[in-house]
Design a protein around this ligand. Structure first.
Ligand code: SF4
Length: 425
């Protein structure tokens, strides 16, 4: 049975959203349906998320951008996170993830789901670990049944996609901690699971209970974002055995999900030196049968702390050029502190620039149109049109305030090259 036929919630969401999806993605109905059925395209839309904008992730849809927000034990201001949600929307994010780990997580999540039409993702392990620590237990002191219950609860609340690190095996965790890596395990979810496996001596419950997870996700059309718990956290760790051990498992799990009528995405690196980005992206895509690829960055240098959004945008542009579908932003706060609203804005814009650059290089019509339109406006010294076409119109309006239409800006003044060669001068 095809994925759409096996997944009633997906089938209904798709039926309703098809006209807008076809227009937005410039794809025909048959192509959208066949690509969802082949697993190379995933539709984010949990029917329990009222008013959600159904969003396609994968080839050949538009490259999408995700913004991570959420409280931390250092800062647990739920209202502040809602402000960041609005900033992410305004800046042009296509999806948000609530990665809260402090405060009333259910209340924060439900408020976000209600407040946004953007598809919302979570990492259910975080809620579980927080419940344990609040109760004075070990963050990995939960039972497998509690994890399944957390996933089911969040699916019913309307979460559209969930990071589940189902491919992290005991063998993979051992490989990542055998001393050969610079950074060991850097994923929070991956670290919690590795701790759980060490504590219990058992295999990853997300793997051993995978069929039960699939059934929950099928019923609610939750897209599983198969997490990369062993992603490289240093450029020198990229492409090591631990990373590939997990990637190969994710490919197997993707096929099991599709056979069960469940949509998946694959999460990717992480820290990857510039010269390895192409091999990483193409290798992961091949090993996971063309499933939509959701990358964190990748960060092409470990040395950009304070401006990691720029390191991530460089990697994101290259990654999208080679087939990545969904860019998770990085902000200037990465590796340092919880991002504030300004960081969220800068992070989303950096990833949108990466997506635009990649899509222009691929000749995607919407990206080419934007390039042509702004170039033409620039040549006409049409400041209003430039602002209207730029990825950050507010910034352009702010910086060009006071410049008259048809007049040069303050950069070259009377030596404006465009005016210099006008026939009438
Ligand atoms: S002044 Fe210089 S930067 Fe400004 S519009 Fe003219 S050529 Fe471009």
């Amino acid at each position: 049975m095809s994925i759409i036929a096996a997944n009633t919630a997906l089938s209904q969401a798709l039926h309703t959203a098809l006209p807008q999806l076809m227009e937005h993605e410039r794809m025909g109905e048959a192509e959208i349906r066949s690509r969802i059925d082949s697993g190379t395209l995933a539709l984010l839309a949990n029917p329990r998320h009222e008013g959600v904008t159904p969003t396609l992730i994968g080839q050949p849809a538009r490259v999408k951008v995700n913004a991570n927000i959420g409280t931390s034990p250092v800062s647990s201001d739920g209202a502040g996170e809602l402000d960041k949600l609005r900033v992410a929307e305004t800046a042009g994010a296509d999806a948000v993830m609530d990665l809260s780990t402090a405060g009333d997580l259910d209340a924060i999540r439900l408020r976000m789901i209600k407040a946004t039409a953007l598809p919302l993702g979570t990492v259910p392990l975080y809620g579980l670990a927080q419940q344990c620590t609040d109760a004075g237990r070990d963050p990995a002191g939960w039972e497998a049944s509690e994890l399944l219950a957390e996933v089911a609860k969040q699916a019913e609340q309307g979460v559209d996609f969930m990071t589940l690190h189902c491919g992290l095996t005991r063998r993979g965790a051992e490989l990542a901690q055998d001393g050969s890596r610079e950074m060991g395990i850097v994923s929070r979810g991956g670290a919690i699971l590795a701790r759980w496996m060490r504590r219990t001596g058992q295999e990853n419950p997300l793997l051993t209970h995978y069929d039960e997870l699939l059934e929950i996700c099928r019923v609610h059309n939750v897209v599983i974002s198969l997490g990369d718990g062993l992603r490289p956290g240093a450029g020198s760790d990229a492409g090591d055995p631990a990373q590939w051990e997990e990637v190969l498992t994710l490919g197997v799990l993707a096929r099991r999900a599709w056979a069960a009528g469940v949509q998946v995405m694959i999460e990717g690196p992480g820290h990857v030196p510039l010269h390895l980005v192409q091999a990483q992206i193409q290798g992961i895509k091949r090993a996971t049968f063309g499933a939509p690829l959701y990358v964190l960055g990748p960060l092409v240098t470990d040395a950009a702390a304070g401006r990691d959004h720029l390191a991530g945008a460089i990697g994101g542009a290259l990654a999208a050029q080679y087939g990545a579908d969904f860019l998770c932003y990085l902000t200037p706060a990465e590796h340092l502190c919880l991002p504030d609203a300004r960081d969220v804005h800068e992070g989303v814009l950096a990833s949108r620039i990466a997506a635009q650059a990649a899509e222009a290089s691929l000749g995607r019509p919407w990206a080419m149109e934007r390039e042509r339109t702004i170039s033409s406006a620039r040549n006409r010294l049409d400041w209003s049109a430039m602002a209207g076409t730029a990825l950050d119109p507010c910034l352009v309006r702010q910086r060009s305030a006071g410049i008259e239409h048809g007049k040069e800006c303050g950069m070259c003044g009377k030596f404006c090259a465009i005016r210099m060669v006008e026939p009438e001068r």
